[in-house]
Design a protein around this ligand. Structure first.
Ligand code: FE2
Ligand code: FE2
Length: 260
């Protein structure tokens, strides 16, 4: 079974990142109110075992320390970013259908994040480290094949959004219609896609990976985050998404509460 053992610099990276960016005290404009500071990524602790081994007494020494997030938790919060981008696309579709002026440059920015964060980072992690474990164990193979085909289809719709969400293209009625349809297709595909991963694939992941490989994967994910997003990168991406939501007028969470 393949694994990606990394040195134990995981916590070093986090502590260094925290020190260099002041993440322990900073608050970002991610959509939370001042009364709700954004919870930051824990910087101390080991990847918790779902079913700790009887000899894992060392963990008791960390009692009181914060625990690292697990690889599935990491992927699920990345899904949160994807869902916020889909909300932007749903609002863009609504504005196109309503013949409203939409912030096209922000829409283009959302497509760039879909490419760089969702496709080149999040989906790459799934394809490189999650899907192969299921294929090797011969479990949920059809689901994994479908999920991979959907990643490929998502890239095609994002290509279209990148191409058509420009100041010049948006003036053309045919381009607007194609743009809206591409975003509708992504929205329709990604909600069931992420829901299936969250409720079926990720919960089954522990059945197809050893504890040692699971722990090593946490290190691998940390290194990938550092490489692709930089120090404290996830929260910077959330901040960028919040800026885009602001331009579309959908940042205020309370607006989605039904008025009874
Ligand atoms: Fe996926
Ligand atoms: Fe995913």
């Amino acid at each position: 079974m393949s694994q990606d053992p990394m040195s134990s610099r995981r916590n070093f990276i986090r502590v260094s990142a925290a020190a260099s960016t002041g993440i322990l005290v900073a608050s970002f404009a991610t959509g939370a109110t001042a009364a709700d500071p954004i919870p930051r990524r824990p910087i101390v602790g080991k990847t918790p075992a779902k079913n700790p081994k009887p000899d894992a007494k060392e963990d008791s020494k960390d009692e009181g320390a914060e625990e690292d997030i697990t690889p599935p938790e990491d992927l699920m919060r990345q899904h949160g970013v994807l869902q916020r981008l889909l909300m932007v696309w749903a609002e863009a579709v609504r504005q196109i259908e309503g013949k409203l002026d939409l912030p096209v440059e922000s829409l283009h920015d959302s497509a760039k994040l879909m490419r760089s964060f969702v496709e080149d980072y999040h989906e790459h992690l799934e394809e490189e480290y999650i899907f192969p474990k299921f294929r090797k164990a011969n479990k949920l193979v059809h689901t994994v094949d479908t999920l991979k085909a959907q990643h490929d289809a998502g890239r095609k719709t994002t290509d279209l959004v990148l191409q058509l969400a420009t100041v010049s293209e948006i003036k053309d009625a045919d381009s607007r219609a194609k743009l809206a349809e591409a975003m509708r297709q992504s929205i329709r595909m990604y909600y069931p896609h992420t829901a299936r991963e969250d409720t079926v694939l990720f919960p089954a992941f522990r059945d197809v990976i050893t504890q040692d490989d699971y722990d090593a994967l946490g290190e691998t994910f940390d290194a990938a985050e550092e490489k692709h997003l930089g120090a404290d990168g996830f929260f910077k991406v959330v901040e960028q998404v919040a800026e885009i939501e602001k331009k579309f007028g959908i940042l205020d969470l309370a607006q989605f509460t039904p008025k009874s």
